[in-house]
Design a protein around this ligand. Sequence first.
Ligand SMILES: [Zn+2]
Ligand SMILES: [Zn+2]
Ligand SMILES: [Zn+2]
Length: 264
Amino acid sequence: MPFSSVPLRITVLGSGTSMGVPTIGCHCDVCSSNDPRDNRLRPSILVRYGGRNVLIDTTPDFRTQALRAKINRLDAILFTHEHADHIMGLDDVRPFNFRQKGAIPIFGSEETLDAIRHTFRYIFNEDLPQSSIPNLETHVLDGSAFDLYGLEIRPLRLLHGRGVVYGYRFGSAAYLTDHSEIPPEALEQLGGLDVLFLDALRHKPHPTHSTVERSMAYAELLNPRRTYFTHICHELPHARTESGLPPHIRLAYDGLEITVGDPL
Ligand SMILES: [Zn+2]
Ligand SMILES: [Zn+2]
Ligand SMILES: [Zn+2]
């Protein structure tokens, strides 16, 4: 096999920007569209391999996403950064704690985990709670690669406006969201990919997000076999936007399943 030796299956749980699509109160063509691919929950993916389920980010839509994708166990969570659209569903991991009778390991940068501790103070409070709270085991990532159930995970520092987020490479796939710029050190780690996810908010420039045009340039530079755009706002109708893209670059959509490392 030319790619990863660990077969991976990725499910896109959400492909939308922070407010989701449709956006509350908006009646634009995309927010009113009948194409289910124009319905975008907040951005997250599930990576399945070797009987394990690894989640990237817990969005405010996590409960709906877990039910839709019929996720029946959760073995780890990788956090990209602390923005609300990436963490606010954390409390909804409790059913997995009950089912699995144990803690769920969570991974992120020092800054991200600090922000999570601050946002969800009750989870990390030393006092014994009166009602159930998520049972988590925190692991701070310093940027070094690590093994997660037999798969090497490489955190990659990306610029998100003035902030720094982690993208993750795992095997021959990489998930990069919320980036305005991919620094050269990260670009160096992104060769030989089968599947690459990139932030592509819209066409118009944005201070903290990539655009369709900018991410097309990244895809051209990195030359993965397949590229999927995510963190998409209501300015991009699925069908019309895709018709302007080359066949190896597609818009992700909620529910999309991708097998990584398979021959074409
Ligand atoms: Zn975001
Ligand atoms: Zn709209
Ligand atoms: Zn963000």
